[in-house]
Design a protein around this ligand. Sequence first.
Ligand SMILES: O=C(O)C1=C[C@@H](OP(=O)(O)O)[C@@H](O)[C@H](O)C1
Ligand SMILES: C=C(OP(=O)(O)O)C(=O)O
Length: 435
Amino acid sequence: MNVLNWKSSPNGPLRGTLRVPGDKSVSHRAMMLAGLADGSSRIEGFLEGEDTLSTAAVMQALGVRIEADQPGVRIVHGVGLHGLKGVGQPLDCGNAGTGMRLLTGLLAGQAFDSTLVGDESLSRRPMGRVTEPLSAMGASFSTEDGRPPVRIHGGKALHGISYTLPVASAQVKSALLLAGLYAEGETEVIEPHPTRDYTERMLAAFGWPIRFEPGRARLSGGHRLQATDVVVPADFSSAAFFLVAASIVPGSELVLARVGLNPRRTGLLQALRLMGADIRVENEGVSGGEAIADLRVRHARLKGVELPPSLVPDMIDEFPALFVAAAVAEGRTVVTGAAELRVKESDRLAAMARGLQGLGVVVEESPDGAVIHGGRIGGGQVESLGDHRIAMSFAVAGLVAEGPIRIGDCANVATSFPGFVELANDCGFSVADAD
Ligand SMILES: O=C(O)C1=C[C@@H](OP(=O)(O)O)[C@@H](O)[C@H](O)C1
Ligand SMILES: C=C(OP(=O)(O)O)C(=O)O
């Protein structure tokens, strides 16, 4: 097992302009749609992270030729909607929930059987949330009691359904829309709260007729995808660690360049501003159909807040970082409505509560959130539980802790943020290998 331990020490101030890697959600989708399109698509800014490399490897195994001559650039030679070829071997999605859930939808309408497998963490995550509605569309699966491996029994005729998601999930929505490409009639997905709409926007960019608005998407089968070039913005979820870091380290000022600001991703910006953060949006523009901008963040005195639960889906991956901001803020921060955090790469509510408590922070965990009492963070030892976002969040905490924080099992940072340590140290972090 690939274990790597870090020591993050008090340091700062943080200074500089940095560009974080490409968006993970957009990279997964671009690879899948380009692979199914007619013609060749160029993807620029593709995330060279293990999650999206797994998705590329799966598409390649299914017969898609992919050229990777330069870092962050892929030329994907699409095989057309019905051009994928089945393989005898299991297809490995690694650590990526997004990869596995979207591929489950994409493969449900193929003529061949497939098996999707993942690492230890992914093998614990619920897949019934996609296989159940996909089964209602006529697809057929076997799982280990709703967990991976996901065996997809191909050759089934799919039909569209109208499905109201029980939880806000862009992954489930996307799985259904991808299966809908192969279904007879209309597939409609209704969400309890709007989630990131990259699948909808990218399907439209690849020429598939689709109607969507916040909270609702509809498409019908029987069309084709036309190759198109995709420019992937910098990942807001990766920028998030630096937004929190610069906010809490006195004297800091950082610029995060060209960050994707899809409104369904930027809940943390609102949350930090509610807490008193000083974050400015500069040089706004559009790239690859997505809003982008530079984010200038300066240190500010943060205060605890009652986080509006309506913000949760728009910052679903940013809670570990928010917990660190809350631990430094004056007063208490109350998080509710975030039970979904328990089924990510780790149980993120438990991982952050345990980790912060071990550093002397008072955290009261509840089934769907936590109350974090801000103040001081002590030094000590925490476990990331193999979860990239937990590891990076504690690296941020180390900047302002009373002593170094040793963080166990950080190798999985490479799934979403290759080069994190180098980039962080370049702007003033002090993260070193603790082995
Ligand atoms: O669709 C996506 O790309 C993602 C959706 C979210 O998951 P859920 O759909 O489970 O909320 C998020 O946590 C994940 O990192 C990426
Ligand atoms: C939850 C995440 O990803 P995934 O579901 O794709 O594993 C994440 O990146 O925080």
